[in-house]
Design a protein around this ligand. Structure first.
Ligand SMILES: Cc1cc2nc3c(=O)[nH]c(=O)nc-3n(C[C@H](O)[C@H](O)[C@H](O)COP(=O)(O)OP(=O)(O)OC[C@H]3O[C@@H](n4cnc5c(N)ncnc54)[C@H](O)[C@@H]3O)c2cc1C
Ligand SMILES: NC(=O)c1ccc[n+]([C@@H]2O[C@H](COP(=O)([O-])OP(=O)(O)OC[C@H]3O[C@@H](n4cnc5c(N)ncnc54)[C@H](O)[C@@H]3O)[C@@H](O)[C@H]2O)c1
Length: 475
């Protein structure tokens, strides 16, 4: 062994949600682990993703609450927004969380942290800063970056992505958002509420991965707040200079232009597989990411891949889930089997939009014999009290009331999605959801109420009524 070769038990590449989970847990069991990160500790979620976006959304919601205070009898007012101060708030939230993910904390846990670009040089060796690391097992957790599509003129024009958006100190006059997925819609509403004019150009269906009936609740609110949403509008050209950007979109044979001050590109993600030496390592990959089985193992048996780079659903909770799962084979030689069917997702627009399990159309496409049961927010007392009556919970139900999937659009949908996820993940039936006492008044009662409604036809069945009448006669 040369002086520059180390042999930890586990080498983790990437200190985002996935990599940090593995490194912290392995170190807690006293296993020698080396963690390599080339950029900021905490990865996308902390620095360029979930955390700054949710902090911005919280500021934007506060502004909107001021505008709408009149419905509570409180004088409403147009907020005076200091965008630079809002940006300070966003950076402050990142700063408050950053110590949890810092080099110091991880070194304190017993992890060796190396700042640098990791690259496989052969099937069992990674090189970083001229140092060689031969670990028993490797975990690739290198995440993803914004996909920059080959749109005519885009490369020559200034544009924003999630990596630069949260550095803006002035509110855009007119933000043009290319892509109506979760990033596009969350950021469109937040910037609109903070004072920008906003246009979203979506080539297909906005929030198209969600149930259309639920997505419609969110889209209606965004439109009411003044976000211009152009569906079926594929962007084909971008031109202009800083502060004056023209975006050309096509809808069928129609072509139209939108001119704004800024342009955010939010058309999906690209896995970080380049420059990792994956060919030298014998790790198979394609455009969607590193190829893994359900056990998250790659084509090289020493190497696992987790999180965004592993080609599956791209969420922080998935990266964390993967991180926990691979500990089974890494530390205990136990099998791991990722189950993505029960992974929820929530889009943090206002109202929020959550889903777990198949939507109605996904279930029908799979040939499943399903029915749906919905319940509106307007029938919930807490929703009335808080004047948050728009929205619904929608269940996809199989035989004998089995809950296969569930979605919710409305206030605090993310929190309600926790309950829905438990129901789907544990294979519950409506009888389970109906048969517990839910605190009153809570929004989650909407889910329970939907379950109760599933059984209400039974109260009208002659046989059931006959039994009730007979029992009454017994005194
Ligand atoms: C704007 C936005 C909002 C989001 N909001 C949410 C949300 O609300 N909820 C949610 O669940 N998900 C959200 N996501 C998705 C979430 O951020 C990702 O799914 C999550 O960060 C993936 O974690 P990861 O560990 O796989 O990768 P990452 O967090 O991206 O970490 C990968 C790390 O690897 C490092 N790296 C890459 N290559 C190398 C190399 N060769 N050598 C060394 N280091 C390397 C990178 O620098 C990075 O730090 C959002 C994403 C974006 C962009
Ligand atoms: N709340 C959350 O959990 C959250 C929030 C943000 C991001 N994320 C994660 O990040 C991922 C990426 O989000 P995203 O919104 O960038 O991607 P996305 O793939 O979900 O949506 C991108 C949209 O851009 C559209 N598009 C592509 N090319 C276009 C073009 N030329 N013109 C117009 N529209 C075009 C697509 O039709 C699609 O609807 C998400 O899938 C999710 O995994 C999660």
């Amino acid at each position: 062994m040369s002086a520059k070769t180390s042999k930890p038990d586990i080498c983790v590449i990437g200190a985002g949600s996935g990599g940090l989970t593995v490194a912290a847990a392995a170190a807690a069991f006293g296993v020698p682990v080396t963690l390599i990160e080339r950029d900021r500790m905490g990865g996308d979620c902390l620095n360029y993703g979930c955390v700054p976006s949710k902090a911005l959304i919280a500021a934007a919601k506060t502004a909107e609450t001021m505008r709408k205070a009149g419905r509570f009898g409180i004088g409403e007012s147009e907020p005076r927004i200091d965008f630079a101060a809002v940006n300070d708030h966003v950076k402050g939230v990142i700063g408050a969380i950053a110590p949890n993910d810092s080099v110091e904390r991880f070194e304190g846990l017993g992890v060796e942290v190396i700042k640098g670009d990791a690259r496989f040089v052969d099937e069992k060796t990674v090189e970083v800063n001229g140092r060689r690391i031969e670990a028993r097992r490797f975990v690739i957790a290198t995440g993803s970056r914004p996909f920059v599509p080959p749109i005519d003129g885009l490369k020559e024009t200034p544009f924003l992505t999630n990596e630069t958006l949260f550095d803006l100190r002035d509110c855009p006059d007119h933000l043009i958002v290319i892509g109506g997925g979760p990033i596009g819609m969350e950021m469109a509403q937040a910037h609109r509420r903070l004072g920008a004019k906003v246009t979203v150009l979506e080539g297909g269906t906005p929030l198209g991965k969600d149930d259309p009936e639920l997505a419609a609740v969110v889209l209606k609110r965004l439109a009411t707040e003044g976000v211009r949403i152009e569906a079926g509008a594929k962007v084909v050209r971008v031109s202009g200079t800083q502060g004056a950007i023209t975006v050309t979109a096509e809808r069928g044979t129609e072509r139209f232009e939108v001119t704004g001050s800024h342009c955010l590109v939010a058309v999906g993600r690209q896995p970080n597989v380049d420059d990792l030496g994956l060919d030298a390592a014998g790790v198979a990959f394609d455009r969607s990411g590193i190829t893994v089985g359900r056990d998250l193992r790659t084509s090289n048996k020493r190497v696992y891949a987790i999180g965004d780079v592993a080609g599956g659903p791209q969420f922080t909770h998935v990266a964390g889930y993967h991180g926990g799962l691979v500990l089974r084979p890494l530390l205990f030689r136990l099998p791991a089997r990722a189950k993505h069917e029960e992974i929820p997702h929530v889009t943090y627009t206002d109202p929020e939009l959550g889903q777990v399990g198949p939507t109605e159309s996904e279930a029908r496409e799979k040939g499943l014999d399903v029915s749906t049961v919905s319940w509106p927010y307007a029938e919930n007392d807490r929703a009335q009290a808080e004047r948050e009556t728009e929205g619904l919970v929608k269940f996809v139900v199989g035989k004998r009331g089995k809950i296969l999937g569930a979605g919710v659009a409305g206030a605090k949908a993310g929190e309600i999605t926790n309950l829905l996820t438990l129901a789907v993940a544990r294979g519950m039936k409506f009888s389970d959801l109906q048969g517990f006492v839910s605190p009153y008044p809570t929004l989650s009662e909407i889910a329970k109420r939907a379950a109760t409604s599933y059984y209400s036809p039974y109260t009208r069945k002659p046989l059931v009524r006959g039994v009730v009448a007979f029992l009454r006669r017994l005194g």
